[in-house]
Design a protein around this ligand. Structure first.
Ligand SMILES: [Zn+2]
Length: 348
């Protein structure tokens, strides 16, 4: 528990609190959810979240009508069990981060760092409140088992979610499209923009009889791209990888997944490396590579020694993600050389 984590979660429950208003730094006012505050006058608001007097590193809840008061985490627990679980997980990360830094300090004097260490912790989109992150699920949950078996890197399990009722989440992200969908559980893969705004999502079914992936956009013009939030500053000239599947994209840094659509326009072409699946017998894949070369992109032409179909399969057969990246970089070509390589690679 820390002030930082508490502060982050205030916005996660604000929509559950009637007449919620920020009054000052560390002070929010709303109608008390415990006593109803009040049955007669819906405008009454006598409850507060504020910095605890006993422990300045925590927020607390206090109602001046019913007199209830407790720490902020207790309020979370009573309002939304799944948000509370997220909170417990984040607090755990915060504590272990802190510990790691403390032991480092003991071992050697702190070296001056030119840049402050960046902590990468995107906020959960509001539309997904109520969906637990995969990380917070018990180990025997089928979604967690599935992703761990696919060797998805653990940090990303915090950015993938689960819902027992996919249509109800679709209703929140993109109202009006949920009626055609079967009520079932799915892994939720949120498509975020560079500012961590939700622009769409993909639902992955675990049931083999269901449509495997369903993609919805939050608004009509939203690009069908997963991973824009991972790009960071594109002006630094670092390479951007573009792959097909969202799960595959998690094995490479600064990697986008096009999720079945075309390569988006607007990216710096000279920085992009297109990595399509290893399907030399599939005409569609070969055509897509040819088109990318024509548009001036650098593409990966897999060596014949690789038999696996996609990045995830390669990881499952023993490739470490950094070796995979080396392999891709080494087998990337542009222009005429790419065209020649493609001619040799295609098998139909
Ligand atoms: Zn009250």
């Amino acid at each position: 528990m820390s002030l930082l984590v508490d502060l982050k979660f205030v916005s996660s429950i604000s929509h559950l609190l009637r007449n919620f208003k920020k009054k000052a730094d560390y002070l929010w006012n709303f109608s008390c959810p415990i006593c109803g505050d009040s049955k007669k006058n819906k405008l009454k608001a006598r409850a507060y979240i504020l910095r605890s007097q006993k422990n300045r590193d925590r927020l607390a809840f206090k109602c001046h009508n019913c007199g209830e008061s407790f720490y902020f985490d207790e309020l979370l627990k009573r309002l939304d069990e799944s948000v509370y679980k997220e909170y417990v997980y984040d607090s755990y990360l915060e504590r272990t981060d802190g510990k790691a830094q403390q032991t480092e300090k003991k071992e050697k004097p702190p070296a001056p760092t030119p840049f402050p260490k960046k902590t990468y912790r995107p906020l959960k989109p509001t539309a997904l409140i109520g969906c637990p992150s995969i990380a917070s699920l018990p180990p025997e949950h089928p979604a967690k088992t599935y992703l761990l078996e696919r060797k998805i890197p653990e940090p990303f399990l915090k950015q993938l979610y689960w819902t027992d009722d996919f249509p109800s989440v679709v209703d929140k992200v993109c109202p009006g499209h949920q009626f055609a969908l079967k009520k079932e559980g799915r892994i939720v893969i949120p498509f975020l923009d560079a500012n961590f705004g939700l622009i769409g999502m993909q639902g992955r079914a675990l049931d083999k009889n269901s449509i495997r992936y369903i993609t919805v956009k939050a608004f009509e013009e939203a690009p069908r791209i997963y991973g824009l939030h991972r790009l960071g500053n594109t002006l630094n000239k670092k390479r951007i990888y573009i792959v097909e599947g969202p799960f595959d994209s998690l094995f490479l840094p600064r990697c986008l997944a096009v999720a079945g659509s075309d390569i988006p326009t607007g990216l710096p072409i000279d920085q992009c490396l297109i990595v399509y699946d290893n399907e030399p017998r599939k005409p569609e894949t070969c055509d897509k590579i040819a088109k990318a070369i024509q548009r001036g992109y650098r593409v990966c032409i897999w060596p014949d020694t690789i038999k696996e179909k996609d990045l995830n399969d390669m990881v499952l057969s023993g490739y470490k993600p950094d070796k995979l990246r080396d392999l891709i970089d080494k087998h990337s070509y542009a222009g005429l050389e790419a065209t020649v390589r493609l001619q040799h690679w295609r098998k139909y």
